[in-house]
Unconditional design. Sequence first.
Length: 97
Amino acid sequence: MKYRIRKQHPASFKAKVALEALKERLTVAQIAAAYRIHPTQVGVWKRQLVDAAPVAFAQPTDHAAAAQESLAAELFAKIGRLEMELAWLQKKLQPSA
């Protein structure tokens, strides 16, 4: 018995099909026939696109600023550790008089 391997479609293909379905110039059946996929899959991808659309217009996260903040926090923690070690060493090295 031969098993059929499921075809993996790239995200760009899925977006293209979903946008075509959103335009509603063709029926779902026509889109499915043109792209050689099942009509149900067209509906699923269209729903995923509509659900994910608000995320696309949300406030963009600034990865550079987030990385800089984490680096600053790490450096401040290191400075605090070093100051604490310095104070401990100065206390231990004081001559006992």
